[in-house]
Design a binder for this molecule. Structure first.
Ligand SMILES: [Zn+2]
Ligand SMILES: [Zn+2]
Ligand SMILES: [Zn+2]
Length: 128
């Protein structure tokens, strides 16, 4: 009878991949990558090691890509574009775009949703 799992256990060694262990008391979480442990440790300490280097800003973040996304607001890059007809305004973050849509195009959305709700309601009453 061939069983690779039993053979592996008989060696008696722990998996070598997960070698980064959280030293926080009572946690013992293990990770196979050093940066994963670093990111995990921030949950315990509340530390934000990624600080924005822009002059006069100094905002700090738990993840590198959070900082990178934030930095777009300084560099003027605006990858999020409003898709509403005749608008085409651009925004640095998705949430800013969302706010804009809610403010500027909210009435349009309400109009559409009212039509949709009324239509479905009529369909339902016809079925009864
Ligand atoms: Zn931990
Ligand atoms: Zn900044
Ligand atoms: Zn717009």
């Amino acid at each position: 009878f061939y069983s690779p799992a039993v053979n592996y256990l008989s060696v008696g060694s722990a998996p070598p991949a997960r070698s980064f262990i959280c030293s926080f008391p009572g946690c013992n979480a293990t990770f196979n990558k050093g940066w994963r442990l670093d990111a995990h440790l921030c949950r315990h300490t509340g530390a934000r090691p990624y600080v924005c280097q822009y002059e006069g800003c100094g905002k700090s973040f738990t993840r590198d890509f959070h900082r990178a996304r934030h930095f777009l607001t300084h560099s003027g890059e605006r990858p999020f574009e409003c898709t509403a007809e005749g608008c085409n305004q651009k925004f640095g973050t998705k949430s800013n775009l969302k706010k804009h849509v809610q403010r500027k195009h909210e009435n349009q959305q309400k109009l559409y949703s009212v039509i949709f709700i009324t239509g479905s309601w009529e369909n339902q009453t016809n079925q009864f």
